[in-house]
Design a protein around this ligand. Structure first.
Ligand code: ATP
Ligand code: MG
Length: 364
């Protein structure tokens, strides 16, 4: 049995479908992320799961029970929104215990559960504090404790980290994952931040225009994206159109404008002459040697590595190179970084591509 099962969910606003046939299942204890660009229907989906919006069609099941017709307060879901709101006139402990108090849980049980929830989010001893005196990350933890204190079947989170700065977001991401595991709660997490979704989730579902276009473990979606959209939405990728020229073991060789690329594919399902699209990720590109030739058109400094955009006959491929730690700031971008291969704008370089990804054309 799944903690959450959704079947054929639809919602239109003024005749425009915002959610168009969403089905998904989430096993108990899983961290499931729903990601996709702005406006693709993530929040609308979440609101229907929470019981805050009535679907036009489809069913929502929690722990095997159909809750589609139940209002939010009669569902065992809690929601944490982006613009989380703590009650300003209550202490941290009162905020966390609010839902328990409303459902008639009294002390000492309530106090104990509030303490446990605060300990879970590493805010033991903060109960008497005023929410206004907390940092952004601490407020986020209080909101999480408040949502976890009554042990929901599914915790729904809508971009809860969007308002935090990068450092705090990275830290809270790891904390969310830890709290999710420690509490063994099913999380359904909505975000347009692919990176954070990939690092936290057991399963990621990519949405586009109200539909789920690809779902699976992050590694699978990244290495074997089903569509061009997913390939470029999850991480960096250059897309090239080409033609299959021959089979090479389990791979196919694809002729593209940049040159021939070997793509790992279920070769049997492609014939010589097929028109295909391949995606090339920066980490698959090596500098020096290899069969492609191009001109460096841009170099971006990224900290411990540098990234060069290389024009290969009209297509830009991105290649990364770790900084030579021995290089001085003066020679760092102008020298060859100790590899003997130039890395300068205007320079001609050769590139190798270890592995291109064959992606389907969008079925739309
Ligand atoms: N109450 C509403 N009335 C009319 N249209 C709405 C309403 N709520 C959402 N929409 C529309 O439905 C579509 C999906 O909106 P939704 O808020 O679900 O997107 P989202 O994926 O959460 O985007 P974001 O990442 O920007 O939060 C959008 O086109 C939006 O304008
Ligand atoms: Mg939204």
């Amino acid at each position: 049995m799944h903690a959450l099962a959704v079947d054929g969910l639809h919602k239109s606003f003024d005749g425009d479908p915002a959610v168009d046939d969403i089905s998904l299942t989430v096993p108990q204890g899983e961290f499931f992320s729903l990601i996709g660009p702005s406006g693709c229907g993530k929040t609308t989906t979440l609101r229907m799961l929470a019981g805050l919006l009535t679907p036009d069609a489809g069913r929502v099941m929690l722990n095997g029970e159909d809750v589609t017709d139940r209002p939010a307060r009669e569902r065992e879901t809690n929601t944490v929104f982006q613009d989380l709101v703590l009650f300003p006139h209550m202490t941290v402990a009162e905020n966390v215990g609010y839902g328990l108090a409303r459902s008639g849980v009294t002390d000492p049980e309530r106090g104990q559960r509030v303490d446990d929830a605060l300990a879970l989010v590493k805010l033991a001893g903060f109960g008497d504090r005023d929410p206004a005196d907390l940092s952004g990350g601490q407020r986020q933890r209080v909101a999480l404790a408040r949502a976890l204190v009554n042990d929901p079947t599914v915790l729904l989170l809508d971009e809860p980290l969007a308002s935090l700065d990068r450092t705090l977001r990275d830290e809270m991401q790891a904390e969310f994952r830890r709290i999710q595991r420690d509490s063994d709660t099913t999380f359904l997490y909505v975000t347009h931040d692919q990176e954070s979704a990939m690092s936290m989730s057991d399963t990621v579902a990519v949405m586009r225009d109200g539909r789920i276009v690809n779902a699976g473990p992050p590694r699978q979606l990244y290495t074997d994206p089903q569509t061009q959209f997913v390939a470029s939405f999850l991480g960096d990728a250059t897309l090239l159109d080409g033609e299959v020229t021959r089979h090479a073991g389990p791979d196919v060789v694809v002729k593209t404008d940049a040159g021939p690329l070997r793509a790992d594919a279920d070769a049997a399902s492609y014939a010589v002459g097929d028109t295909v699209t391949v995606a090339v990720r920066p980490e698959a590109v090596t500098l020096g040697g290899g069969g492609l030739t191009g001109t460096v058109v841009d170099i971006a400094y990224k900290g411990f590595y540098e990234e060069a955009a290389v024009d290969c006959n009209g297509t830009e491929l991105v290649v990364r190179r770790e900084r030579n730690t021995a290089a001085t700031p003066e020679n760092a971008t102008s020298a060859d970084g100790g590899t003997g291969v130039p890395f300068r704008v205007g320079e001609t370089v050769t590139l190798g591509v270890d592995r291109a990804i064959l992606v389907e054309n969008e079925r739309r």
